[in-house]
Design a protein around this ligand. Structure first.
Ligand SMILES: Cc1cc2nc3c(=O)[nH]c(=O)nc-3n(C[C@H](O)[C@H](O)[C@H](O)COP(=O)(O)OP(=O)(O)OC[C@H]3O[C@@H](n4cnc5c(N)ncnc54)[C@H](O)[C@@H]3O)c2cc1C
Length: 436
């Protein structure tokens, strides 16, 4: 059945991470009507889930929340969160007439109009489930607002784990609980679109050499971001398996990057810098801990990044130029790291209380036909047709790309690209206006 609800905008931004937020603000401030479609229950992307950001060590939440709020309150921007993008293509024959996106609003089982975000439903819910917003390291309720500064402040119900006990329904002061809510499809028609769907980390469970996610206290870098964050799962850095304060922490760099057999062949670009950042933050919160970074090369490519690396060395963080070949269970919850030194002097093993894997970055969205005909590179990120002079142009007229959707990148480059995508979209719309 073709959905009857059609919303018209100048630009559709797909993805509400920092790239999508910046693009939407840059267009909205110029008077364009923008729709932001986000698959998660809150906007903010990876950045709102980080602890602090290199190279300035600003609090990530302190600089992302104002942007999220500016987008949510902008008169020209409309947010569609917890929505699945089913297709994005030209509207009509294929010759450019604007874009059309088919979207499904996933059920929250909460009426967004009635809900006042008071969290009474969450407080009374008796079911605890792993909190994926905290990397699965702590628990949340089967109905909950995803995190304290989520936007919008609406809970979602995990219907798979809900016992249907009715306690949330009884506690809700506005009768907002709706167990019978169904997915709803709608269309967005727009003159242009910007894809800002970001990245995901390769899952540890697919990595045999590093224990397929089954070795306790071997975590990925986003989980470590949560351990370091002010509102993290334990409010301090503790070992997940037994709550011990780790005395020895190791970083495994290029865990799945630059090695096709282990993940992806390209460099994920930000892992060196975030591992150095996390190591520095750890040496602040656990001053007595030994921190080791096993690396192949350090790629400190941005402004101020080399100095950041030198500072880390001066703080006593140990850098071992070695490729980690495998990780096994050690004694007392530790992990045994086997590595090959890059100077050819052989192999060695070391035990660490906690091991952080800098997993490779892969695209957050796969725009395959018939979902969206935009081309992808061999690395599966969206192709930029003019990578040097205008990296945000794709092979679809009127469709632009920004941020990690085009390839791994840091926040500085993401913000720059987002401004550029907004400018290209604005140029495109004013050109079409002049031609008609
Ligand atoms: C552990 C770690 C630490 C980092 N630390 C730093 C740091 O300190 N400093 C720094 O500069 N960089 C850092 N980075 C890099 C930083 O996270 C990225 O530069 C930034 O997140 C890119 O923003 P983005 O909006 O392009 O992508 P994302 O943050 O990935 O946002 C993409 C958004 O799109 C949504 N989305 C995906 N697919 C769809 C779809 N089909 N429909 C609708 N929505 C969709 C996602 O849910 C997400 O909200 C770090 C990265 C990692 C992994």
């Amino acid at each position: 059945m073709i959905p009857t609800d059609i919303f018209n905008f100048d630009t559709l931004v797909v993805g509400g991470g920092i790239a999508g937020l910046q693009t939407a603000l840059d267009l909205g401030d110029q008077g364009y009507k923008v729709a932001v479609v986000e698959k998660d229950a809150s906007i903010g992307g990876k950045m709102i889930r980080l602890s602090k950001v290199f190279p300035t060590l600003d609090c990530a939440s302190c600089i992302t929340t104002p942007k999220m709020s500016a987008v949510a309150h902008h008169e020209n921007i409309t947010l569609f969160t917890y929505c699945e993008l089913n297709s994005l293509d030209y509207d009509g024959s294929g010759e450019f007439q604007g874009m059309k996106a088919l979207i499904t609003q996933k059920p929250r089982y909460v009426d967004p109009v009635k809900c006042i975000g008071c969290r009474q439903c969450e407080y009374v819910c008796p079911v605890h489930i792993p909190d994926m917003e905290q990397g699965g390291l702590s628990a949340t309720k089967a109905i909950s607002i995803p995190f304290s500064n989520a936007i919008p402040q609406l809970p979602i119900m995990d219907i798979e784990n809900c016992m249907l006990c009715g306690q949330c329904e009884k506690a809700c002061p506005t009768n907002a609980i709706d167990y019978l809510q169904k997915p709803e499809e709608f269309l967005i028609a727009s003159k242009t679109a910007v894809v800002t769907t970001g990245f995901d980390l390769l899952p540890v469970k697919d990595n045999t050499q590093y224990g397929n996610g089954k070795i306790p206290n071997v975590i990925d870098s986003l989980q470590m971001e949560r351990l370091l964050a002010p509102h993290g799962p334990y409010n301090r850095v503790l070992r997940p398996s037994d709550g011990m304060e780790p005395d020895s922490i190791a970083y495994v760099q290029c865990a799945g990057s630059r090695d096709k057999s282990m993940g992806v062949s390209y460099c994920s670009r930000v892992c060196c810098m975030y591992a150095i950042k996390q190591a520095m933050l750890l040496s602040g919160s656990l001053p007595l801990a030994d921190i080791t970074i096993y690396y192949m090369d350090i790629r400190a490519f941005g402004k101020g990044y080399e100095q950041f690396y030198q500072n880390a060395k001066a703080m006593g963080i140990e850098f071992i130029k070695a490729k980690v070949a495998r990780i096994d269970r050690g004694e007392n919850g530790s992990a045994q790291v086997r590595y090959e030194l890059q100077d050819g002097s052989g192999t060695a093993t070391a035990n660490h209380d906690l091991v952080v894997l800098s997993m490779g970055m892969v695209p957050g969205w796969n725009p395959e036909q018939p979902v969206c005909p935009v081309s992808k590179d061999t690395d599966q990120f969206i192709t930029s047709i003019k990578p040097k002079i205008s990296p945000v142009l794709t092979d679809m007229d009127g469709l632009f790309v920004a941020g990690a959707a085009a390839g791994p990148k840091d926040i500085v480059d993401t913000i720059t690209e987002s401004g550029s995508a907004a400018m290209e979209a604005a140029k495109f719309m004013s050109k079409s206006l002049m031609e008609n």
